[in-house]
Design a protein around this ligand. Structure first.
Ligand SMILES: C[S@@+](CC[C@H](N)C(=O)[O-])C[C@H]1O[C@@H](n2cnc3c(N)ncnc32)[C@H](O)[C@@H]1O
Length: 247
């Protein structure tokens, strides 16, 4: 399933309720602090802004935010929270859509969304597009899980990541193509039925992203394990990485 098939009207309407925890003050507080500091009084561009989980509260903090989003359905949910003057959104592909080149102090792409780009070429082009939009000295920030391959012993085909009453989730892997498929069984209503869904992702290691950044003319400035700035280690489940466009 490609990302454009995934972000349907029904999925867009469910998104905010299903991502309530990811929209909590505990998660968003440190995220917004981190991004607002990097924007440093300039404009921010969110790739794949979705329903505005991060972009809308960042705008409310006073950071001018523009979004690029592939799914009109996701953008229409954002529109219920912020009008076009307050938070402009361009419908398009973050790989190629240009808003205003060289205008932003910060471009950011959160919540593993670089993996929605299913080829290395597209991911490289995404870095190039971020670099295109940055002022000299501006930053590109990515939040991304470390591929959970340490949990996949030989012979095992799936790695569970959530086992709860409401949701069963596990990943399967194609180690040759660097593709991960996330499978979800989500409780739908009170009649005990589960809705099945899956999404396809191209996973990438931090070092591969650093190379993509270099191809795009960016330099790694900082890599931490979370939005609070915990040190990144070999046991980190995810990273927040900051690349800088040379001044
Ligand atoms: C997991 S959601 C994240 C939304 C939002 N950034 C957040 O943190 O809640 C992924 C979003 O990426 C968008 N998306 C996927 N591929 C895209 C692409 N190539 N260009 C722009 N948006 C894309 C989807 O439509 C969806 O809204």
């Amino acid at each position: 399933m490609t990302s454009s098939e995934l972000w349907t009207r029904a999925n867009a309407d469910r998104y905010d309720a299903e991502e309530a925890e990811m929209s909590s003050a505990a998660v968003l507080g440190p995220t917004l602090d981190f991004l607002a500091e990097l924007a440093g009084g300039g404009r921010a561009l969110e790739f794949a802004i979705g329903t505005g989980r991060v972009g809308v509260p960042l705008r409310e903090r006073g950071v001018p935010v523009v979004g690029i989003e592939l799914s009109e359905h996701m953008a229409s949910v954002l529109r219920r929270k912020a009008d076009e003057d307050t938070l402009p959104v361009v419908i398009g592909d973050m790989v190629a859509t240009t808003v205003v080149p060289g205008e932003f102090t910060l471009v950011y792409l959160v919540y593993n969304t670089i993996t929605n780009l299913l080829t290395q070429d597209e991911q490289v082009e995404c870095f190039r597009n971020a670099a295109r939009h940055l002022v000299p000295g501006g930053r590109f920030v990515i939040e991304l899980g470390v591929p959970p391959l340490r949990f996949l012993p030989p012979g095992q085909v799936a790695v569970p990541f959530d086992v709860s009453e409401q949701h069963l989730g596990f990943d399967t892997f194609d180690l040759v193509e660097q593709i991960l498929v996330s499978h979800h069984f989500t409780r739908d209503g009170d009649d005990g039925r589960y809705r099945r869904g899956n999404s396809r992702h191209r996973y990438a290691w931090p070092a591969e992203l650093d190379l993509m950044a270099r191809i795009a003319g960016l330099e790694l400035e900082r890599r931490v394990a979370d939005w609070d700035g915990a040190p990144f280690s070999q046991d980190s489940a995810k990273h927040v990485s900051v690349w800088r466009k040379p001044a």
